[in-house]
Write a protein that binds this ligand. Structure first.
Ligand code: NAD
Length: 254
């Protein structure tokens, strides 16, 4: 792994327009389980697709049970050293953007300029009415759930409420996807951190970057489908790999 860290530091030091592409794996060391690892969220709560959510009351009930149980973990989680390493990269002037599939807002809370964080799957702090677009703070909806509401409804119009996160089968937020594609295509290094790269269309984003000429580095605990086309793969914990790699790269540039 030491060799991988040194090679990653070299790649970072040679790059001027880095785009990080992050997934649930960057936040596991903050205590938020990912989806696909053993003991991950799917082991406990199978996914509810957007279509199931719209069509079935039973699916909405399951959606909100899972949300009620998982949200408190997200609400108290704190950024970890891997999040902070990306902030250090931004402060060095070499990070164009962080494109994240995460909904936990830990990149922003770690100290990035909010404009540099592109959330392609939305975020968990807001709940939206699918009918009239009213917005509710997630903390408020959590209080309703804890008080016994099984399927919350909009106070204004009675419409269906859903977290401002993208479910399977739900259209992607167009503006965020356009920004993500543009950032990836402007990058000279796409740095994937903690993503199985198995969720699409977000999983194409590193490929857009590579096709436009960026190098591709992947930091992940387990193999990904893009490892074969990456310039560098470092397997292990993001919190153990990114901080020393970024420090080494920035020291070298000092
Ligand atoms: P995923 O669960 O499919 O994959 C996570 C990957 O990270 C796995 O390959 C795993 O081996 C790796 N990993 C786990 N811990 C790691 C660590 N400490 N260091 C390095 N690698 C680590 O997650 P995904 O690719 O992001 O896609 C699934 C979807 O999950 C995304 O759409 C995302 O919105 C959602 N999600 C988000 C959160 C969050 O916001 N924190 C949590 C769970 C799921």
């Amino acid at each position: 792994m030491q060799q991988g860290i040194a090679r990653l530091a070299g790649l970072i030091a040679r790059s001027r327009r880095i785009v990080a592409f992050t997934g649930a794996g960057i936040s596991t060391e903050s205590g938020i389980p990912d989806f696909r690892s053993p003991g991950g969220i799917w082991d406990r709560y199978p996914a509810v697709t957007y279509q199931e959510f719209l069509a079935s009351e039973e699916a909405r009930r399951r959606y909100w049970v899972r949300s009620r149980e998982t949200y408190p973990v997200v609400a108290v989680a704190q950024p970890n050293p891997a999040h902070r390493a990306l902030v250090a990269l931004e402060r060095s002037g070499r990070l164009l953007a962080v494109i994240t599939q995460n909904v936990d807002r830990l990149h922003q809370r770690a100290g990035h300029c909010p404009e540099r964080v592109i959330e392609v799957h939305g975020h968990a702090q807001t709940v939206l009415c699918l009918q009239c677009a009213a917005r509710y703070p997630r903390d408020e909806v959590q209080r309703w759930l804890v008080a016994g509401t099984e399927i919350p409804a909009c106070l204004d119009c009675g419409g269906l409420l859903k977290s401002a996160t993208v479910s399977f089968g739900e259209p992607m937020p167009r503006e965020a996807m356009d920004q993500a594609r543009a950032a990836a295509r402007a990058a000279d290094l796409v740095l994937v951190v903690g993503s199985s790269l198995a969720v699409f269309p977000a999983g194409y984003i590193p490929i857009y970057g590579q096709e436009a000429g960026a190098a591709l580095a992947i930091v992940n605990r387990t193999p990904t489908p893009l490892d074969v086309r990456a310039d560098l793969v470092v397997q292990g914990w993001a919190g153990e790999i990114l901080p020393p790699a970024v420090e080494l790269a920035l020291d070298g540039m000092g």
